[in-house]
Ligand binder design. Structure first.
Ligand code: HAM
Length: 421
């Protein structure tokens, strides 16, 4: 077929879809346990939401947004969740309702990047954001929450890297120091870094080009330029992470690919992923509302890539044990059995038991067993003419292969006992 899905945008179905459901449900439970409420924002936003907030000199804004022109407006497919979240907070005045508030989202994001393993053009993020809490304890909670996600799934192969990117008082001083350092080497920087040198010299630290990376390795680190308030905040975050028993590395090279951060910035990286090794990342972004022309309020959060979490789980073979959502596959052989199981299946569904079957009346046992395997059923209920005559059915446990003969009068009760919690 000529027409295919857009490169870097995937279809999800079958076993993989079941695995996603399993992981999604677990994640939602973790977020609820930590007291986070779901928020959903539209997939399209006005371009201004991201331009100002994410930063004009970032890869996302410079080259990765999918834009749609309509009625003299430019709308973009959401490339990340935080700017849309803050747009919604400001629009509904959620920051005016008092103390700290916790939100989470689970949404598709769109970035026009070069697709490769773990890097897609449509990907999915679970994100968490706390507003109205300026404390390092809130930062540590956000990091603890992300840590809990991987711990819950049994993934331990990752490093938590934290940094402080300073604030509007101390960052300009650091930027000047960086410029002084890079200025004599300007000609050896890549074209994009040369362009970014004046306005966004910290972006050079994030460049993936070999030449820039080599130079950046010797650049002054922000840790030496932090003001007292930022340094105290960072030190207190480290105390809290130790109390929460979360191992971390203080890494001054973490600058993140988005401009809105102040003070804490962090990344979880894992060797399970390959080249695109960021499982998730985030930080504090107290000044973001000023980018919308509004007074500032504190905010901190993270985004985690679902596809990357799934890759890590596959790599560690942690998805093998997932129970199928189909509890029982009905295999009627012959017209009379079909009639019986059609009505019986409807009854089971009303009871909340997940049923699959096929409405093809002419198929034999072998064909039905193939279907039962395809849908990964936990049990198969077999009913043929002979069984009907004897008033019993066969219930096959698909994991063990054991087959029980159950009288039709006991069938519903037996299935309920096995399949309802
Ligand atoms: P980000 O680092 O751009 O941060 O993305 C967060 C995570 O999304 C990454 O660590 C990675 O797991 C996943 N990700 C990013 N790009 C791709 C891609 N092209 N394909 C697959 N997965 C990807 C943010 O987006 C911030 N909004 C996070 C945040 C929330 N900061 C504060 N609050």
């Amino acid at each position: 077929m000529e027409i295919r899905a857009v490169r870097g945008m995937n279809d999800l179905y079958g076993k993989e879809m079941q695995e996603w459901h399993y992981v999604e449900e677990k994640l939602r439970k973790i977020f609820r346990t930590f007291g986070y409420e779901e928020i959903r924002t539209p997939v399209l936003e006005k371009i201004e939401v991201f331009k100002g907030a994410v930063g004009d000199d970032t890869d996302i804004v410079e080259k990765q947004m999918y834009a749609i022109e309509k009625e003299n407006e430019t709308l973009v497919l959401r490339p990340e969740g935080t700017a849309s979240f803050i747009r919604a907070v400001l629009e509904h005045q959620l920051h005016r309702t008092g103390g700290a508030q916790r939100f989470y989202y689970y949404l598709p994001m769109f970035r026009h990047e070069r697709p490769q393993k773990g890097r897609l053009r449509q990907f999915h993020q679970f994100g968490a954001e706390i507003i109205n809490d300026p404390t390092p304890e809130a930062d540590s909670e956000i990091i603890a929450l992300l840590n809990e996600v991987y711990r819950t799934f049994g993934i331990s192969e990752y490093t938590v890297r934290i940094n402080s990117v300073g604030c509007q008082d101390c960052r300009p001083v650091y930027k000047e120091k960086l410029k002084e350092y890079f200025r004599p080497h300007l000609a050896t920087l890549c074209e994009q870094c040369q362009k970014r040198f004046e306005r966004a010299p910290m972006r050079i630290l994030d460049c993936k080009k070999e030449g820039c990376k080599k130079l950046a390795a010797g650049a002054p680190v922000i840790t030496d330029s932090l003001c007292v308030v930022c340094k105290t905040h960072h030190d207190q975050l480290k105390v809290r992470l130790k109390q929460a028993e979360i191992p971390f590395q203080d890494d001054p090279t973490i600058v993140r690919g988005l401009d809105y951060y102040s003070r804490t910035a962090f990344e979880f990286t894992s060797p399970l992923l390959g080249a695109q090794d960021a499982l998730g990342g985030g930080g504090r972004y107290d000044g973001i509302s000023a980018r919308f022309g509004e007074p500032p309020f504190p905010a901190v959060g993270f985004g985690l890539g679902m596809e990357r979490l799934m890759l890590a789980l596959q790599e560690k073979k942690l998805l093998a044990e997932i129970k199928s959502s189909t509890q029982v596959y009905l295999a009627p052989i012959g017209e009379a059995a079909f009639d019986y199981l059609f009505a019986f299946g409807m009854k089971l569904r009303k009871l909340g038991i997940a049923v699959e079957t096929s409405y093809d009346k002419d198929k034999g046992l072998k064909w039905h067993m193939k279907q039962a395997n395809r849908v990964n059923a936990q049990y198969t209920l077999i009913l043929g003419e002979e069984e009907l005559k004897g008033s019993f059915a066969l219930l096959k446990d698909m994991a063990t292969g054991n087959q029980e003969q159950i009288s039709l009068s006991e069938l519903q009760k037996t299935i309920e006992r096995k399949m309802l919690p």
